[in-house]
Design a protein around this ligand. Structure first.
Ligand code: FE2
Length: 270
């Protein structure tokens, strides 16, 4: 047996942190890996630009980093998924200060109906891209039920109020988004640690700069959710749809700390 070195320990940890379940199609993982690797080799400057933005804002717009063919297929799969099982959850999540939560697409929907998102989650080139942007290792989310989820907003007032993520990272695919005047914009206040005993959302809002982002359909972004207070603005217009898919990942600190799971537990009480 080889002696354990820091390098081999790190490699072992990274491999252990990307373990596709048996249900994930390995042929699709390989196909997407080839497609993405080829595309990324053509745009090294865009990866660096995203990493610079992430280091400043704990948010990186990833438009252009995914090949058009992949974006088109992810959009098609999202449309299929929302049609298959859109459900609405009108609950309030106490741990983030009673902020409202819109209709959601649960992990079980992806487990039973998704081919692309379940594969993409484990694609080595994609995981490497996220790590390059964050400048830190990116692991499978330690709670499988939170790895892949979605949101499908269709009614005026639908929103996701100010909250933090339970895990360090999230990659968000915007399958369908309204124009800025119809709402649904992302707002973030980076560098705001979450005190679960006293979320004090309004106080946090006074202590940092709110950045507002609009995304076109087909765009995606990667951000640090555990120390970024964030929300989506309410849908303001009748007949508007906003649908997104959220891939959640853990960082080293998530692996080392005792995590509570209040947000997902509350949402599953429907
Ligand atoms: Fe969030």
């Amino acid at each position: 047996m080889q002696p354990l070195t820091p390098e081999s320990a790190a490699t072992t940890l990274l491999e252990a942190g990307n373990r596709p379940p048996a249900t994930v199609r390995s042929d699709v993982v390989e196909e997407l890996d080839t497609l993405l690797s080829k595309h990324l080799s053509t745009c090294p400057d865009a990866v660096e630009k995203a990493a610079v933005q992430y280091s400043r804002e704990h948010y990186a717009r990833m438009t252009g980093l995914l090949p058009d063919e992949m974006v088109r297929r992810l959009h098609e799969e999202t449309t299929m998924l929302t049609a298959a099982n859109t459900r609405r959850i009108d609950i309030r999540v106490t741990v983030t200060g009673n902020t409202p939560r819109p209709g959601s697409l649960p992990n079980s929907l992806f487990a039973s109906h998704s081919t692309l998102f379940t594969a993409l989650y484990h694609v080595p080139a994609f995981r490497g891209l996220l790590s390059d942007i964050a400048g830190a290792p990116v692991f499978d989310c330690i709670y499988p039920d939170e790895q892949i989820t979605g949101t499908h907003q269709t009614q005026v007032g639908d929103t996701r109020g100010w909250h933090w993520g339970d895990h360090e990272f999230a990659w968000i695919f915007i399958s369908e988004a309204p124009a800025p005047e119809h709402g649904g914009l992302l707002q973030c206040v980076p560098h705001t640690p979450w005190n679960k005993q006293d979320p004090a959302v309004n106080r946090c809002l006074t202590q940092g700069q709110i950045r507002t982002y609009h995304h076109e359909s087909g765009e995606s972004y990667f951000f640090k959710t555990d120390t970024t207070l964030h929300r989506t603005m309410p849908i303001q217009t009748e007949g508007i749809t906003r649908s997104i898919v959220n891939l959640t990942y853990s960082g080293v600190s998530d692996l080392l700390s005792e995590k509570t799971d209040e947000t997902t537990d509350a949402v599953s009480l429907d």
